[in-house]
Design a protein around this ligand. Structure first.
Ligand code: NAD
Length: 323
C-alpha cells in the first residue's frame, strides 16, 4: 500500500521542500496551508487551503490515519517580525491554537508519528550572551528564558506533543531547527531571515556599494541548508528517538562573515553599514552531539555550498522583479 503523509504548513518554505522530498520517496501527500507557496508549484497530491486555527478545517485535513504527519505551520518570520514585540500576541495565540488543534485531531485518528518543528529560539538568552561560546545543548533549555514570545510558544508546544506521547501513547518527535535557509523561501517583505535578506541586498548592490546590516555584525549564528534539515527531519520521525534534538549546523559565523561569504559568491566588493535594528541573542550555534549519538548522523555540508544555491535563486528573483 502507498504510504501517506500530511504536511501542515506546506505552503511555506520548509513545508514546500518537504512535500517534494516525500513525493520523491513515493508517498501520497496532502498539504495544508493558509496559502499556496509563492515560489514553486506544489507537488502535493491534494492541497487544502485553510486556517488550522479552525477545528473544522483541521478535522477535514486529518480525515484518515496518515503514516506520517509533519506539523510545520506557525506564525513565523525573521527578526523583523519576531523581535519587535508588535506581533507577540498573534504569534502566541495563532501557533498555540494550531498545535492544540493538530495534536488532538491526530490523537482522535490514532495517528502515531507526528513531527513537530520547534526552534533554537527556545534556548535561554543568558546562555547566548558570549558570541564565541553560546550553549545550545538540548539539556540547557531549562530553567527556561527564551528571548522572545515565539520561543516561549515553541517551548509550550514541545511539551504539549511530548505530553500526548506520555498520556495517549503517541510517538511524536520534536526537533529544534536552527536558522534554515535555501531557495524558495521569503526573501523580501519583512519576514525573510538574515541569509535571504543579505543575498537580496548584495544582489541589488553594485560592487563598491555599502549595505545596511542590523547590529554591529559581530553577533554569531549558524545556518543550515534546507536539504539537510529535511534529511534530519525524516530521519528523526522514522527513528526511535523522541527528542527534542537540535537540527542545525555547527559552522558558526558572524553576520559580517556571512556578508563576506555572499559578497564573494556574487563577485562584488561590498562595504557594510551597521545600523540599529532587532538582532536577537549575541551568539547561537547548533550543538550536534546528541543527534550524532542518537541518530548516528549530523549535518555536514559547508555553509558556502548552500549559500551559492540560495544566492543564485535570489539574484534571479531580483532580476525578475526588476523586469
Ligand atoms: P514559513 O513561514 O515559510 O512556513 C510556515 C507556514 O505555516 C506558512 O506557509 C504559513 O502560511 C503557514 N501557517 C501559519 N499559520 C497557519 C494557519 N493558522 N493555518 C494554516 N497554515 C498556517 O516558515 P518555515 O521557515 O517553513 O518554518 C516551518 C516551521 O519550522 C515553523 O514551525 C517554524 O517555526 C519552524 N522553524 C523554522 C526555522 C527556520 O529557520 N526557517 C527555524 C526554527 C524553527
Amino acid at each position: 500500500m502507498q504510504k501517506t503523509a500530511l504536511v501542515l504548513g506546506a505552503g511555506g518554505f520548509i513545508g514546500g521542500h518537504l512535500v517534494k522530498l516525500l513525493k520523491s520517496e513515493g508517498f501520497w501527500v496532502r498539504g495544508v496551508d493558509l496559502k499556496l507557496n509563492e515560489y514553486a508549484e506544489t507537488e502535493a497530491d491534494d492541497f487544502l487551503i485553510g486556517d488550522l486555527r479552525a477545528p473544522d478545517l483541521v478535522a477535514a485535513a486529518i480525515d484518515r490515519r496518515f503514516d506520517e504527519v509533519y506539523q510545520l505551520a506557525a506564525d513565523m518570520g525573521g527578526a523583523g517580525y519576531i523581535f519587535t514585540g508588535f506581533h507577540d500576541a498573534d504569534i502566541m495565540h495563532n501557533s498555540a491554537t494550531v498545535n492544540l488543534n493538530v495534536v488532538e485531531a491526530c490523537r482522535k485518528r490514532t495517528i502515531k508519528r507526528v513531527f513537530y518543528s520547534s526552534s533554537a529560539c527556545i534556548y535561554p538568552a543568558f546562555n547566548q550572551e558570549d558570541p564565541d561560546n553560546p550553549n545550545c545543548a538540548e539539556d540547557s533549555a531549562y530553567p527556561a528564558q527564551p528571548d522572545s514570545e515565539y520561543g516561549w510558544e515553541k517551548l509550550f508546544s514541545e511539551r504539549l506533543f511530548l505530553a500526548y506521547n506520555r498520556n495517549h501513547g503517541m510517538e511524536c518527535r520534536v526537533a529544534r531547527f536552527h536558522n534554515i535557509f535555501g531557495p524558495e523561501g521569503a526573501w523580501t517583505g519583512g519576514r525573510e531571515k538574515a541569509p535571504a535578506a543579505i543575498c537580496r541586498k548584495v544582489a541589488l548592490a553594485r560592487s563598491g556599494d555599502s549595505i545596511d546590516i542590523w547590529g554591529d555584525g559581530k553577533q554569531t549564528r549558524s545556518f543550515l541548508y534546507v536539504d539537510e534539515c529535511l534529511e534530519g527531519t525524516t530521519r528523526l520521525l522514522r527513528s526511535d528517538f523522541v527528542g527534542p534534538v537540535n537540527i542545525g549546523s555547527e559552522e558558526m559565523v558572524t553576520i559580517d562573515q556571512l556578508v563576506a561569504l555572499v559578497a564573494d559568491i556574487a563577485g562584488k566588493a561590498i562595504r557594510i553599514n551597521h545600523i540599529a535594528g532587532p538582532t536577537g541573542v549575541r551568539g547561537r550555534n547548533s550543538d550536534n552531539r546528541l543527534i550524532r549519538e542518537r541518530l548516528g548522523w549530523a549535518p555536514s555540508a559547508p555553509l558556502v555550498a548552500g549559500l551559492e544555491r540560495t544566492y543564485g535563486w535570489i539574484e534571479l528573483q531580483t532580476r525578475r522583479n526588476a523586469a
